[in-house]
Design a protein around this ligand. Sequence first.
Ligand SMILES: [Zn+2]
Length: 169
Amino acid sequence: MTRTHYEILGVKEGATYEEIRTRYRSSVLNYHPDKLQKTDDLSNSINLPDNRFLEIQRAWEILGNPTSRAVYDIELQTLKQDATTSEDVSIEDMTIEYAGDVVELLYQCRCGDCFSIDSVELEEMGYLLSRDGDFISLQTLNSFPASVVLPCGSCSLKIRLLMNNAENM
Ligand SMILES: [Zn+2]
């Protein structure tokens, strides 16, 4: 999945024109080829920042113009609809948080919120999540589903959490 123009500029999708312009200007200053040439003695490494600069230019061309931005937003929504059926995520990709005896597994959603499931919910489904120091291991109590679908807390996206290879995290 390629990054969106918003991600390239580091702005939210609901950002105002002013916010986008400000980010564009500071990004361009950081990645401008002229500036990089002066500060960077290793001419071989110029390719990467150069591409980054072009990416920023391209993102600004689209997002800096209300008409092209509106068209792009629609494309982006369509892409998201397609992605609603989700991404496959393994346990190792999840961020682990402890809330007392409960272990919570989190995965960041593109909308900024996250997908989450905790050890209590997992137990209800037949998984035993045990904690030993910094290590978490997951055992199946029954031969229950090999994956669990997790909805995002805020948007309509879902991910599929794969339960195999969950040992020795
Ligand atoms: Zn979301």
